[in-house]
Write a protein of this length. Structure first.
Ligand SMILES: [Fe+2]
Ligand SMILES: [Fe+2]
Length: 231
């Protein structure tokens, strides 16, 4: 993989991850009990939407330099947040997590996001225009992390730092698992793709041999067609 395609893939993945966060925060906003909490989640969600759009705009600009069929693979596909595991098949986190665990999740993930963006910042070039945009996103993530921390200190003052460390380790393991799953999926696709092509080639051949006149329903009284007919 060239450095350029590595960067494009990272941008593509991150944009979907940010979109997943935006949806999670919007779901949390809708479920908030107090207006101030709803306001906080709303602004967090808005920031994540802006981050998504920033990553896609950098991606769009950079993918002009690659072949069209390669660039097509980097289109925004909202449902990828599910298939890539950024949104759980169980639903939004706020719907099935305890509120304390949810805030801990936000607290640790914002910090993890910030450190992964540091790597992207270096990859894109800290002195470049894109690098500047990533720097702004990093500042936002730190702000989100700080907001979750404030919430903790206010509502869960007894929570120990080692408990937060535990949350962080758990999230790091989950992130690694997600990457491994993605890699395996890509590997299986490489193996099975020729098989799919061969099968569809033979199906195409069989269809040209078959006499399909029987299935022509034009000008026929449909009431006279057998109920067992496959068409
Ligand atoms: Fe973000
Ligand atoms: Fe964030």
């Amino acid at each position: 993989m060239t450095k350029q395609s590595k960067i494009l893939n990272i941008l593509y993945e991150t944009a979907h991850a940010e979109y997943g966060s935006a949806l999670e925060m919007l779901a949390a906003c809708k479920k908030s009990q107090s207006p101030s909490l709803a306001f906080g989640y709303f602004h967090h969600s808005k920031d994540e939407y802006i981050h998504t759009s920033t990553f896609f705009s950098i991606l769009a600009k950079r993918s002009q330099q690659i072949k069209t069929n390669e660039a097509r693979k980097l289109r925004f596909r909202p449902y990828f947040v599910r298939t890539k595991g950024y949104i759980s098949p169980k639903g939004f986190l706020i719907d099935f997590m305890k509120i304390k665990d949810f805030i801990a999740f936000v607290y640790t993930n914002e910090l993890l996001a910030k450190s992964s963006f540091e790597k992207i910042h270096i990859l894109l070039g800290p002195q470049t225009e894109d690098g500047e945009k990533i720097k702004q996103i990093m500042n936002d993530e730190l702000l989100h992390h700080g907001m979750a921390k404030k919430h903790f200190l206010k509502y869960y003052p007894k929570l120990q730092p080692w408990q937060l460390m535990l949350y962080k380790t758990r999230e790091q393991i989950k992130n690694k698992g997600r990457k491994l799953y993605e890699k395996n999926l890509k590997f299986l696709e490489i193996i099975f793709q020729p098989l799919y092509s061969i099968i569809s080639f033979f199906i195409g051949k069989i269809i040209t041999i078959l006499d399909l006149k029987e299935f022509n329903r034009k000008n026929k009284n449909l009431m006279e067609i057998s109920a067992r007919s496959i068409l």
